[in-house]
Design a protein around this ligand. Structure first.
Ligand SMILES: [Zn+2]
Length: 321
């Protein structure tokens, strides 16, 4: 008999999603509330409110395990050295978010970057199931990722593994000669994110054609044979292939799972697989490139998975005595 349940919370720039999962990580019920955009205390209150909702919904007697295990995915990271959070679009940067939440809730909570939650979720029961090393690559309003090796996230010294959006574009590659050098949100110029993200595709279109047009529209026009937009999409694919090359040369995953808004581009995984075959280091076998299985819900699922893994690890330690 297993009454175990897990909670996941996905903290986003505009909404906070909470979802209760059963023991097999099947979602039972979820709730979204707006993210307080300016006040840090209000943000902490909102996260505690989502936890309380999950705890009430679970309704089980948790006395035997302490409490409902739950995890949180955030658009940023908790600095493993200072314990302070770093987020670009939330009123939590430089704040002790984990410590403040644990004080309010009363037990330790796994908090992880949302791209890493995505990678963990897709590697475990998702599109990347059965592969040894899964790279989860998010292409949305930004570009980020996470690495899951043999079912575990690679944590790194700073929590940075997978943050490939801030690698600089290789200036000497012929395929990139039409690509502009743009200022990135991280403060540097010429990061991959400035081109491969959704806003990046828009900036690329502006640079190449002068048009101000959304990524969605660029892709739609390119698919109907519009020459100018085909050139934009083609250049964008070339840049993405350069990024895949960097990922292969540094991590060499056997699977790359695509997530984020741009991953919904029809046939993208196939286009990339085909094009990357022509580009990569001679003799290297390509990774299997796939679209995400859980899509937008992979973040909250990965957060719950972190909670489940923590809980299982703790129980193993107890069982071992
Ligand atoms: Zn950057």
């Amino acid at each position: 008999m297993n009454h175990q349940m897990y909670g996941g919370i996905d903290l986003g720039g505009t909404k906070i999603e909470a979802c209760l999962f059963d023991a097999n990580l099947v979602p039972l019920k979820s709730r979204r509330i707006a993210t307080p955009s300016t006040s840090y205390p209000a943000l902490v209150d909102a996260l505690v409110a989502q936890y309380t909702w999950l705890r009430t919904l679970a309704g089980t007697d948790f006395a035997h395990i302490g409490d409902l295990p739950f995890g949180i995915g955030i658009p940023g990271l908790i600095d493993p050295h200072s314990g302070l959070s770093r987020t670009a679009n939330l009123p939590a940067s430089g704040m002790p978010l984990r410590a403040d939440l644990e004080r309010r809730i009363g037990f330790s909570i796994p908090i992880e970057n949302d791209c890493k939650c995505f990678a963990l979720s897709e590697a475990t029961g998702g599109a990347g199931a059965g592969f040894e090393t899964v790279f989860g690559l998010i292409l949305g309003t930004g570009c980020g990722g996470g690495i899951c090796h043999q079912g575990r996230l690679v944590a790194g010294h700073n929590g940075l593994p997978g943050e490939v959006g801030h690698i600089g574009l290789p200036a000497y590659r012929k395929a990139l000669r039409d690509v502009p050098a743009l200022l990135c949100g991280c403060g540097r110029t010429g990061c991959f994110e400035t081109v491969v993200s959704g806003p990046g595709m828009r900036a690329l279109a502006h640079h190449l054609t002068g048009a101000d047009i959304s990524a969605e529209r660029i892709v739609a026009l390119a698919s109907t044979g519009d020459d100018a937009m085909r050139r934009v999409y083609d250049t964008w694919l070339n840049v993405l292939c350069e990024l895949l090359d960097v990922i292969q040369l540094t991590i060499d995953p056997d699977c790359i799972v695509l997530g984020g808004g741009l991953s919904r581009i029809n046939g993208l995984a196939g286009d990339l697989s085909h094009r990357f075959a022509l580009r990569r280091l001679e003799g290297a076998e390509g990774p299997t490139i796939l679209a995400a299985k859980f899509g937008d819900s992979s973040g909250v699922r990965g957060a719950a998975m972190l909670a489940a893994m923590n809980w299982n690890d703790a129980n193993r330690r107890i069982a071992k005595g």
